[in-house]
Design a protein around this ligand. Sequence first.
Ligand SMILES: Cc1ncc(COP(=O)(O)O)c(C=O)c1O
Length: 372
Amino acid sequence: MKRTFHGGQFFHSIGLDFSQLGRSEQVINADVLDAWFDPSPRVLAAIREYLPFVLRTSPPIYSEGLTETISKVRGIARESILPGGGSSDLIFSLFPRIIGRGERALILDPMYGEYQHILENVLGAAVTRFELTKAQNFSVDPDLLILMIRRVKPKVVVLVNPNSPTGSHLPKAEVLRVTRSVSPATQFVVDETYVEYVGREESLEREATEVRNLVVIKSMSKVYALSGARVGYMVAREAIVNQLSVALRPWAVSLCGQIAAVEALKDSEYYEERYADTHRLRRELTEMLSSQPDTKVYPSVANFVLVELLGEGVTAERVVRTLIDEDIYIRNADSMSTGFGNRFVRIAVEDGKKNRRVVEAFLRAAAPYAKA
Ligand SMILES: Cc1ncc(COP(=O)(O)O)c(C=O)c1O
């Protein structure tokens, strides 16, 4: 069975049956981009206090209160919001309705791998890749993108912004310029999983309520530290939301997820502080990793960095494997691009102590001719 390769290999060290959850502090899961910080104290207090109720009770069927909270806090019309069990849930609901077999989609390369998977492997769409280059630090050149969309005429264009695994961000005004510069028949899907790290004013969620051909997908996993709770939302014009909500499964977001998300949305102050901490930690991590000439760290705006291994004979596969022996998991970036050639890894930002552990092990493993 063909599935997208994701991180999460660290669960092999903890036990896929959770038999060694006590090891979760020892294991560094920098192969996924989960937040290094805890959810807001408001989230933890609400879940802790009502835990038995949270576990035994059916949640509001269509996350109505969560929708209302998103609407109030983010200033988006209720009718344009569709919550789901993580953005993955929404991705798998949305795409079968906007693209079919043989129709063309345009994605970035490199980019988060699930889009290639659903488009090519699940839906049989024809995928064109807009290649981002090392020379441009993998940033998107909006003018070249416009030219390619005009030439290829895809039905759907998917942008992950900021992009993973590159960490580069195309300013909102530029994304809007791209949408306006091509045929209005082109449907844009913008995944904003990491946009809060740049600033909430960079989100296109308000524009998505009005712009005909724009859908925005927001995960609440990474920027609200809620990956385990599985919650996200989509913003689109009312007509699109109505079309999708007919087929929405009941109880898509768990009660734990709904309560956690509502409380998290109300504590933006806590999260803004954590984003500022993240930028400091990422700068430190970048500096430490760059102390060796054989590693090149690409500029990032989010909670991860893309690192190129320049040392002779060093491969991403070998570095990843070597670090596992020290309970450290980082990601071979190969599954997110056709052009990485076993020479790129993606490392999530952790707290200061864990970052130091990652760097020490990494620099040892990534030195030229280091023993596997
Ligand atoms: C760009 C991007 N989109 C979507 C997802 C899936 O997130 P969720 O937990 O909301 O399903 C991820 C997870 O890593 C991601 O990196």
